[in-house]
Design a protein. Structure first.
Length: 78
């Protein structure tokens, strides 16, 4: 059984997580520099980002299950 789909799913989680970490850092830098204050907009964007991450986890997991249900992975052949 190939580990390529699992590696692709893991890399996707890392990329989405890293992007979230960067966005959070930029937001914190803007707040600490008193450029902008937190409020409903920041909360809304945080909810959207969290929702996107959860959607990736769910649908990426379904994609991963679908990949391993394909005939090439069930038979172990080429």
């Amino acid at each position: 059984m190939s580990m390529i789909p699992l590696a692709m799913y893991t890399v996707g989680i890392v990329v989405v997580g890293f992007a979230g970490w960067l966005i959070n850092g930029i937001k914190d830098a803007l707040i600490s520099a008193n450029i902008h204050e937190t409020g409903a907009t920041y909360d809304f964007l945080t909810y959207i980002w969290t929702g996107l991450f959860i959607i990736y986890l769910i649908f990426g997991g379904l994609w991963l299950i679908k990949k391993y249900n394909e005939t090439e992975y069930q038979q172990g052949g080429f």
